[in-house]
Design a protein around this ligand. Structure first.
Ligand code: TRP
Ligand code: ZN
Length: 876
């Protein structure tokens, strides 16, 4: 890289020099040369310095013409910057700027701006893609009303969509036609969208609570129309839920969703025209797993909910990203919790947070929920901004209660409607509506790192007093050595020796409370004294995972007790996981000393008990049966040992599978479903439980069962569960099943992705060679983000055993792939490189090999700023 790319800092925010009241865009679509004419009604921002420059962002644009108030701009009145921007010299106080640019959609492999996929046109503008379409002050605090005219060949593009309501169409010269879209709502440029091509729509409608009839359409390629049912159903349920729970109604007459198979992320909330990765739209029982169905429901809800939290009320600048993302994830989590089992949803969300966000918080890219600086904002669409951001919103919900939270939301939205605001505006509305002082809560947004909470307790039989001392400490993160205490709500209860929940009365309270109560730990150390406690109790802490912290040091005996007796399902589940994790980590230490891992019969007992009681809640039982993952275990170690961790986990699975074989088999058989495929929570839970049993039975050596399930399966959930188990084995059924799967699904991108991923995540010793061969497979396509993630991402992030190959071949494979991908799609390359950055948590030898590969990536010519940022920060 010639110059180091520049860092943008939160403290440097200044208001935009010019505002744009209206935008008129005219597109002449052509894959090889699209013309974009833009007319901007500009005026100086009264809130900005009056001598500030009129600078419009631009990237990869060919400027053909520029006019100010109808007259061509002479060469001396404007300049084009090296960064692609356009500066108008001596600008008037207000005026109309017209530009015409040429862009090349079919060459746009970055998939940011306007690009083609399968011959159709799509846009992606968040965060800074609009500048790749036309010159514009491309920042979220410039909100404008858009009118968009699209002209294209009738045959190539029978369908042409943009934001808002449709406003006329007609013939144009040759075989061309035009349409016009008007979006009545002012919006930032990142929410602009255009979709055009030979698409077909699945149509439905929804009537809002105040009687607006909304036309709902999902636009897909021909042939995909019978796979949109679940997405449409999820959309209607989301629209209803947002009315019921938050009083928020849809605000246009039409809601369009377009699905595209080349897409950098999950989906995008463009106003009235969401664009989705096909992965989060298309599903049929034969092609999609239960996890895929749940992903669709979540992402459809998420993007729909952005209409209010993100679009109507948007972000002042990209540092405020969690204002829309954290809040919208919180909302989609609540929606999904209300669709099925709240407890199981919470368990899954916490599992995800611990798997992705905790390691990020402990690694080189650790950043606050509201970051202080970035080189490439695309690198900050992270688990911290999204998932931890949602937890930080949830803290308010937990502290204030649902009613006060709702009042806060109402105030936040009514006060900030059609504005670009900050996280202070959100917390301020919550504070005002609830009357609770939330100034300390803001530290959750500026302090990185995961707080560690420990508890110490004592009981005095003479006074019948029970004292609980809670402490918090947050380890340092890059650039933030000093940490202060945060306000941590600890939802808790006390259990008697028989497991019964005790009423609790804190010193100073008049009467005892039943059930879960909230302690607010907002200092480094705090003591809570409970009165009238008949005997030494067992504390149940962090019920429902009431804060995104690590609760440490709970003795194994108490974990065992809580796993059986606690009234809170999250603590029951988590205590089982923590118990197993602690035992497994001891075995890892044994393996490192050259000893064989031991086995704890309590684990088999717990599995047997879970199976006995599984009938009542199979989904919960399935969660309880799965041992802590390799990543979760690695995250508990100062220096991870991926090989020993894998060996121990396999040994535990084998022991449990052997010890509980009869019960596992009986449960498996009792669940062998003959009815039609259903996607309700109970049916999903039954399949999950059955497949958890199958996993243990296979681990214990029975591969025939998985092979039989593979052959008999009538849905992708069961088929894939069997195939992924077979993929770890040497059984001849493995090759047969993989070949059959490929032959059957080679024409289906989303299913073929699964075929790549399963092989990439195999524990077999030849996996790295297999992954290299798959990279050269004719069906592999580095340009397609889903396919790249399915192979490279699944291997690097989902196969610690082989990624951390002691000779460094796994690291080399990833670095080679990133170097090859970066010039094609720097956004996806920067995401894939993540696992190489976590070298500090590996052994000296592995760390050195990882750094060597990071340095090799950094030395690549013309590196994207995103990959540069990730690699250089990892080495810092
Ligand atoms: N705002 C989108 C969401 O969370 C995600 C998003 C951000 C995105 N940048 C993107 C999607 C780039 C695709 C490409 O819903
Ligand atoms: Zn989002």
């Amino acid at each position: 890289m010639a110059d180091s790319p520049k860092t943008t800092r939160r403290q440097d925010y200044t208001p935009p020099a010019f505002l744009v009241d209206t935008v008129e865009l005219a597109f002449e679509l052509d894959p090889k040369a699209t013309l974009v004419r833009s007319r901007l009604a500009l005026r100086r921002n009264p809130a900005a310095p009056q001598d500030a420059k009129l600078r419009l962002d631009g990237e990869a644009l060919e400027l053909l013409e520029a006019k100010l108030d109808g007259a061509a701009l002479p060469a001396g009145r404007y300049s084009l910057g090296e960064d692609g921007s356009l500066t108008i010299l001596d600008p008037p106080q207000s005026g109309t700027l017209e530009t015409t640019v040429r862009i090349v959609p079919e060459k746009n492999t970055l998939l940011s701006g306007l690009y083609t996929s399968g011959g159709n046109f799509y846009t992606q503008c968040e965060a800074e893609g609009f500048r790749r379409i036309t010159f514009f002050p491309d920042r979220p605090d410039v909100m404008s009303r858009y009118t968009v005219t699209i002209t294209a060949d009738r045959t190539l593009c029978p369908v042409m969509l943009s934001n808002g309501n449709s406003d006329g169409s007609g013939h144009a010269e040759g075989n061309r036609h035009w349409v016009r879209w008007v979006d009545p709502h002012p919006k930032p440029s990142y929410l602009f969208a255009l979709v055009a091509g030979d698409l077909i729509n699945v149509h439905d409608q929804f009537t809002t609570k105040s009687g607006r009839l909304v036309s709902l359409n999902i636009w897909v390629r021909r042939g995909d129309e019978d796979r949109c049912g679940h997405a449409m159903d999820s959309l209607k349920r989301s629209m209803k839920w947002d009315e019921d729970v938050f009083g928020l109604e849809y605000d246009l007459d039409i809601f369009n969703i377009a699905a595209v198979s080349d897409f950098n992320m999950g989906a995008m909330e463009n106003k009235g025209l969401n664009v989705f990765n096909t992965k989060y739209v298309l599903a049929q029982p034969e092609t999609a797993t239960d996890g895929d169905y749940q992903g669709i429901e979540t992402v459809i809800a998420h993007e729909y909910f952005h209409n209010w939290t993100g679009n109507r009320v948007t972000c002042r600048d990209w540092f405020q990203l969690s204002l829309k993302e954290g809040l919208t994830v919180f909302r989609d989590q609540e929606f999904s919790a209300d669709q099925g089992s709240r407890a199981v949803k919470r368990i899954r969300d916490v599992r995800g947070l611990r798997a992705a966000q905790f390691p990020e918080d402990a690694g080189p890219m650790a950043h606050p929920v509201r970051p202080d600086s970035y080189i490439d904002i695309d690198n900050f669409y992270t688990p911290t901004v999204y998932q931890k951001g949602a937890e930080v919103v949830r803290l308010l919900h937990t502290r204030l209660g649902a009613e006060a939270f709702r009042r806060g939301m109402d105030l936040y939205i009514s006060r900030n409607d059609n504005q670009a605001v900050t996280i202070e505006d959100f917390v301020g509305a919550m504070q005002e509506a609830s009357g609770v002082d939330l100034s300390h809560h803001l530290h959750w947004y500026d302090q990185a790192g995961t707080p560690e909470v420990t508890a110490e307790d004592s009981y005095d039989p003479a006074t019948r007093r029970y004292t609980l001392t809670l402490r918090q400490h947050t380890p340092p993160t890059p650039g933030q050595a000093e940490k202060g205490p945060l306000p941590i709500p600890v939802a808790m209860g006390l259990l008697g020796a028989d497991g019964a929940e005790l009423p609790t009365r804190l010193a100073g309270e008049n009467s005892a409370q039943k059930g879960t109560r909230l302690l607010l730990l907002d200092q480094a150390e705090q003591r809570f004294t409970f009165e009238d406690v008949p005997a030494p109790p067992v504390p149940s802490l962090l019920r429902g995972f009431s804060a995104p912290v690590r609760l440490k040091g709970v003795p194994q005996a108490r974990l065992r007790f809580l796993a059986v007796h606690d009234t809170d399902p999250f603590v029951r589940w988590d205590s089982g996981q923590q118990y197993a994790a602690a035992f497994m980590l001891e075995q890892v230490a044994r393996v490192q000393r050259g000893e064989a891992p031991g086995f704890d019969p309590a684990l088999a007992e717990a599995v047997a008990n879970t199976l006995d009681g599984a009938g009542a809640d199979p989904a919960f039982a399935a969660e309880a049966l799965v041992l802590p993952g390799e990543g979760f275990l690695a995250d508990q170690m100062q220096v991870a040992d991926p090989v020993a961790i894998h060996q121990v986990r396999q040994a535990m699975r084998r022991e449990i599978g052997t010890a509980c074989a009869a019960k596992l088999r009986a449960t498996y058989e009792a669940l062998t479903d003959t009815g039609p495929y259903r996607i309700d929570g109970h049916s999903i839970g039954r399949r999950a439980l059955r497949n958890a049993c199958l996993a243990y039975l296979t681990a214990a050596g029975d591969t025939a069962l998985a092979a039989a399930q593979y052959d008999a399966a009538t849905n992708m959930t069961d088929q894939l569960a069997a195939l992924s188990l077979l993929a770890d084995t040497d059984s001849p059924a493995r090759e047969k099943a993989l070949a059959a799967f490929h032959a059957k699904w080679r024409g289906d991108d989303l299913v073929l992705d699964k075929w790549f991923s399963i092989q990439a995540m195999s524990s077999r010793p030849d996996t790295l060679a297999a992954v290299q061969a798959l990279y050269a497979h004719p069906d592999f396509d580095l340009k397609n983000p889903n396919r790249a993630r399915a192979l490279i991402g699944a291997f690097a992030a989902g196969n610690p055993l082989h990624f951390h190959d002691a000779g460094g071949a796994g690291y080399r494979f990833l670095a080679d792939a990133v170097i090859a991908l970066d010039p094609i799609n720097g956004q996806v390359a920067a995401r894939l490189i993540g696992p190489l950055g976590l070298w500090r948590r590996q052994s000296e030898a592995r760390g050195a090999l990882m750094r060597k590969e990071l340095e090799r990536v950094l030395a690549a010519p013309n590196l994207s700023k995103g990959t540069f940022e990730k690699a250089s920060k990892a080495l810092a």
